[in-house]
Design a protein around this ligand. Structure first.
Ligand SMILES: Cc1cc2nc3c(=O)[nH]c(=O)nc-3n(C[C@H](O)[C@H](O)[C@H](O)COP(=O)(O)O)c2cc1C
Ligand code: SF4
Length: 394
């Protein structure tokens, strides 16, 4: 397909989902939100079908309902801008170009759940955005103050740990502790930052809240599918004809996606970053991008036939081994053993059948690890070794 045909296809796909990057009057959206009853806002967000865009896909309205009904001395809203998943770079662009929408979403969330303080937890590597973001927070804080809105928002910097994107590790880090996940329950909506009720939402989730208040729940849920409503911002990278950040409806098949972004030779798409699932070409037509198929926090990495899937997997495992916080044994030791294991098979020191032992180890990690980091290593490991077994060994 020619580049101009691909662009036409892309434009058609984007026709109704130009929500996030389109400039809008956030002051008017805030006023509209504040004119509603808190409960009606939560009902609207619930009715829209919005699910968290940070990867786990938890229904946003249900999370907010939990925080609204929790009791505490003070409540908090945290925008998770840690964005450490390899291949994900969409929140950076949203924060750079549309931080008004994110802050507006946070203020509406705060009003709905009864929170008075908000923080944007910014990935350490995004410190170049910090001053710009903080000055926009300062500008909004003046607006909140002048209108008698009991809310303020500020930026907190992370220090570059992937695990600090996990909401409870993020909260530990914000409290000045080592960034290690907590046991759950209790969940942050009941006992989060400073042990008080806290909503943690992804950057994109909060930006979508602003667009839902603006356009209504019906508009949002008319996009996508019944299980995956609305748009999604994707970070597209790898062997592509066009790379970058694109807002598209949820519910496309991988085939439709590859027709637009692929280079004509795509053999696999890693959906959801290093911790996501690898989809081989034979499954492109039948795999839906969304909660009913393969969910993604945004990362879509395309690989063509010049790539060794052994090296892709090795790269992911090196990342997990490095980023495991080491708190629990299945993840700390499991990540090391999976990496050593595929290296040993490759070097001929272990038979190919050893891969089945490693797949069982990955499955054990998915149930025995304490947090989503260790729990999700099985997704890339088992999908890559299932579909590209012959590439693990020469
Ligand atoms: C290891 C790990 C890293 C994560 N990194 C992020 C991240 O960078 N950004 C994010 O929004 N959520 C991340 N999450 C998910 C968060 O724990 C949490 O589910 C999310 O911030 C909730 O927001 P949402 O419901 O709006 O998606 C991560 C989870 C894990 C286990
Ligand atoms: S699963 Fe990994 S990252 Fe999560 S708590 Fe255990 S060791 Fe730490």
């Amino acid at each position: 397909m020619s580049v101009s045909d691909k662009n036409k296809l892309l434009e058609k796909m984007q026709e109704r989902v130009n929500l996030i990057f389109k400039d809008t009057d956030c002051g008017a959206i805030l006023a509209k939100g504040l004119s509603m009853k808190p409960d009606d806002i939560i009902n609207m967000v619930t009715d829209s079908g919005l699910r968290g865009r940070g990867g786990a896909g938890f229904p946003t309205g249900i999370k907010w309902r939990g925080a609204a009904s929790a009791s505490g001395n003070k409540k908090y809203v945290i925008c998770n801008a840690d964005e450490g998943e390899p291949g994900t770079f969409k929140d950076r662009r949203i924060l750079d170009e549309q931080s008004d929408k994110v802050i507006t979403g946070m203020a509406i969330c705060a009003y709905a759940v009864g929170a008075s303080e908000g923080y944007i937890y910014l990935r350490g590597e995004y410190n170049f955005l910090k001053d710009k973001l903080q000055s926009n927070c300062d500008r909004w804080n003046k607006i909140f103050n002048s209108k008698g809105i009991n809310f303020s928002v500020n930026v907190r910097s992370g220090s570059g740990a992937y695990v600090c994107g996990e909401e409870t590790a993020l909260i530990e880090s914000m409290e000045g502790n080592r960034g290690e996940p907590r046991n759950k329950p209790p969940f942050p909506v009941g006992a989060g930052y400073m042990n008080e009720p806290t909503v943690v939402n992804n950057v994109e989730t909060l930006a979508y809240v602003a667009t839902i208040i603006e356009k209504g729940a019906d508009y949002f849920k008319s996009i996508g599918t019944k299980d995956s409503m609305g748009g999604k911002v994707f970070s597209v990278s790898g062997d592509c004809s066009v790379k970058g950040v694109y807002e598209l409806p949820l519910g496309m098949t991988i085939e439709e996606f590859v027709n637009i972004f692929g280079d004509g030779d795509t053999k696999a798409v890693q959906v959801g970053g290093a911790s996501g699932v690898c989809v081989p070409r034979k499954n492109f037509a039948t795999t839906v991008i969304g909660f009913e198929g393969v969910p993604t926090g945004g990362s879509m990495m395309l690989f063509n036939s010049s790539r060794s899937m052994y090296h892709v997997l090795k790269n992911f495992l090196e990342f997990f081994e490095e980023e495991s916080c080491g708190q629990c044994t299945p993840c700390r030791v499991g990540c090391q053993q999976l990496l050593k294991g595929i290296e040993a098979i490759r070097a001929g020191e272990k038979p190919m059948s050893y891969l089945d032992e490693l797949r069982k180890l990955a499955a054990t990690m998915s149930v025995a690890s304490k947090c989503g980091l260790g729990q999700s290593v099985a997704s890339p490991f088992n999908s890559i070794t299932e579909h590209f077994r012959e590439e693990i060994c020469y």
